[in-house]
Write a protein that binds this ligand. Structure first.
Ligand SMILES: C[S@@+](CC[C@H](N)C(=O)[O-])C[C@H]1O[C@@H](n2cnc3c(N)ncnc32)[C@H](O)[C@@H]1O
Length: 320
């Protein structure tokens, strides 16, 4: 697991939702649900930052996360009445959390932490069972085609900031790009801390996040029983402006609703997912090998003329 997620005070200091993104999420709910949600589920809730947001607005909330320490912090943040948080896997959130949620939220490509695309199908299937007929699911994920170029180098940098409980810390996140064999985006993250209780001075780690081609995502949603896409929003902008739901859409927040009718048989859909994943991986591997042949054929670039991803300092994207 990712060590940073075990340090909930650090996580909260860097990733607490800003007033701007809270307002944008509330706007999407007014638009697609037409009222405040009554029951909200976060299946990878971390320290419960989004759950608190909704609890404070009067919703009943429930959440689960693989990280025990994050769940402890979420429980401490939320009162016992009207909130339930427990350790659990988003592939099948614990039954005790209940059903009849009119809203589920899972932003920042947390679903990208799952080990394989088949697990994502399991996740969407469980979410379908948890939502009411008209319930909506706000999910953040990355839609990338095999030949898409993505911004590499530093994609997020912040600090030093004060940490609740004492000390201060700085965080830097880099993207190492898409891995052609797996279609995952490789993330490298370094946190430096000073006087933060129970935290090492340096937390350095690297992990891969699943990304989705447009076709793959459609197949996955169908294999899970079917979801309609009610809206697509640009997750690189905290105001979440609308953007077209299409190939190469990039980092997005989708608003999903379970479709009324199942159009594809479960078994058929699962094999479609397998073959669409296979074909995306094949295309990506082909284009990577073409690119590496091209660069091997080229003379070495003169010192100072190549853009170094290490030197980039944009803070637009925040893959976690
Ligand atoms: C980017 S954080 C999001 C936390 C929270 N939803 C928020 O918005 O603050 C991703 C979370 O996913 C959790 N996670 C990773 N894999 C998981 C899994 N299979 N089931 C449940 N939680 C998982 C991590 O422990 C981490 O807390």
């Amino acid at each position: 697991m990712i060590a940073f997620y075990r340090r909930s005070a650090l996580y909260s200091a860097f990733f607490a939702p800003s007033p701007e993104i809270r307002a944008a999420i509330d706007r999407l709910l007014r638009l697609h649900l037409r009222r405040k949600p009554r029951r909200v589920l976060d299946p990878a809730c971390g320290p419960g930052l989004w759950l608190s947001h909704f609890f404070d607005q009067g919703s009943e909330v429930a959440g689960s996360d693989l990280e025990e320490l994050a769940v402890k912090l979420a429980s401490a943040r939320l009162p016992a009445r009207g909130a339930m948080v427990m350790v659990g896997d988003m592939r099948r959130p614990p039954d005790e959390l209940g059903t009849d949620f009119d809203c589920a939220i899972n932003l920042d490509n947390s679903v990208g932490h799952l080990p394989a695309y088949e697990d994502v199908v399991e996740h969407f299937k469980s979410m379908r069972q948890r939502l009411t007929n008209k319930g909506i699911y706000l999910i953040g994920l990355a839609i990338r085609e095999p030949n898409d170029k993505i911004q590499t180098g530093v994609v997020y940098e912040r600090g030093p900031v004060d940490i609740e409980g004492g000390g201060f810390a700085a965080l830097r996140t880099e993207s190492l790009g898409l891995q052609p064999q797996t279609r995952c985006e490789r993330i490298r993250q370094i946190a430096i801390t000073a006087n933060v209780p129970d935290a090492p001075a340096v937390i350095a780690e690297q992990y891969d996040l699943l990304t989705f081609t447009f076709a793959m995502l459609r197949d996955i949603l169908a294999a899970a029983g079917g979801f309609d896409v009610l809206g697509c929003y640009d997750a690189t902008d905290e105001g979440l402006p609308a953007k077209p739901f299409r190939k190469s859409a990039g980092d997005v927040v989708l608003v999903l609703r379970a479709s009324a009718a199942r159009t594809v048989s479960q078994r058929g859909a699962r094999s479609v997912v397998k073959s669409s994943v296979k074909s995306a991986v094949k295309t990506a591997a082909k284009s990577a090998s073409k690119a590496s042949k091209k660069s091997a054929a080229k003379p070495a670039a003169k010192k100072g003329t190549t853009a170094s991803p290490q030197g980039a300092s944009t803070r637009k994207r925040n893959p976690r």
